[in-house]
Design a protein around this ligand. Structure first.
Ligand SMILES: [Mn+2]
Length: 284
């Protein structure tokens, strides 16, 4: 368990970012969900030989976009032909959007049904777990950052929730979401590697070998990672920090297109040295 100083820093970090994120709002005319296939491009780095990967950014409770994107991925896979395929979710499945419960159900369904389906933990999953354990500091942080919407999707009456003791709030969360689902979330891995690519939620700490990266950094890091031009020896594919357009840099690729409020959920496709993007868009 993290100490209070750690969580206080997260509180400051999240509120600072929320201010700058407001400028990202945009509108598009068509309400229909549609797909975008961006141009295929070649790079000097690649996946493990013979492997195609679709990495999906922060879903944040947008079950509608997640379902659309899976259909787009399936169609793309069919069109390109059969090959060993992985779908990797980069964490932050829950919070902010309206249908976190449905997203969790869909993900667990597909995890059992689709071979090579990998789900990584995000910082929002970590906040949920800590909140369910009765950590009062994290409960405030979580409820202020989309946790209310998640509890709403599980049918919790959140009206008087904050008046309760942290231990009671924890019990309420556990009862609503269920111990089985919480145990599954708690057991999610933090990284996945294929060839020259490393997949994780937030990023890595520059200057630290991959095998020595801390969970805290993999789930929460921002500026030290985002501002680094260091060659990591791998290309980090990540979400966590909202960006209107996918950021494609020599050392990292950020695909968190803020689906819960822009209506654009992004998947990065990688196969050998090829890259392309798939997006589900609800612009209404
Ligand atoms: Mn996120």
């Amino acid at each position: 368990m993290q100490n209070w100083r750690f969580w206080l820093n997260k509180l400051i970090d999240l509120s600072r970012r929320a201010g700058s994120a407001l400028s990202l709002a945009f509108t598009l005319s068509s309400r229909k969900l549609r797909k975008i296939w961006l141009n295929r491009s070649k790079h000097a780095v690649g996946t493990q030989a013979g492997e195609r990967i679709y990495a999906i950014g922060d879903v944040h409770g947008r079950a509608d976009l997640f379902q659309s994107l899976l259909k787009i991925i399936q169609a793309d896979g069919k069109q390109r032909g059969q090959i060993s395929t992985r779908i990797i979710m980069l964490g932050d499945l829950i919070d902010r959007g309206k249908s976190s419960k449905q997203v969790l159900e869909l993900v667990r369904h597909f995890e059992g049904k689709i071979e090579g389906f990998v789900v990584l933990a995000g910082n929002h999953e970590e906040m949920l777990i800590e909140s369910a354990r009765g950590n009062g500091t994290v409960q405030n942080l979580w409820l202020d950052n989309g946790g209310i919407a998640t509890l709403g999707s599980f049918g919790v009456d959140v009206k008087d929730l904050r008046d309760k003791e942290p231990s009671q709030i924890g019990e309420c969360i556990t009862k609503a979401i269920g111990e089985d689902t919480l145990a599954w979330i708690n057991g999610l891995p933090t990284t996945f590697r294929s060839g020259d690519y490393l997949f994780c939620h937030a990023g890595i700490r520059p200057g630290v070998p991959i095998r020595k990266q801390k969970r805290e950094d993999l789930l929460w890091i921002r500026d030290e990672f985002l501002d680094s031009t260091e060659e990591f020896g791998i290309v980090v594919v990540h979400g966590h920090t909202e960006t209107l357009n996918v950021e494609e840099l020599p050392n990292r690729i950020n695909i968190d297109t803020a689906a819960y409020r822009t209506g654009c959920l992004t998947a990065l496709a990688l196969e050998g040295e090829d890259r392309w993007l798939l997006q589900a868009i609800d612009s209404g």
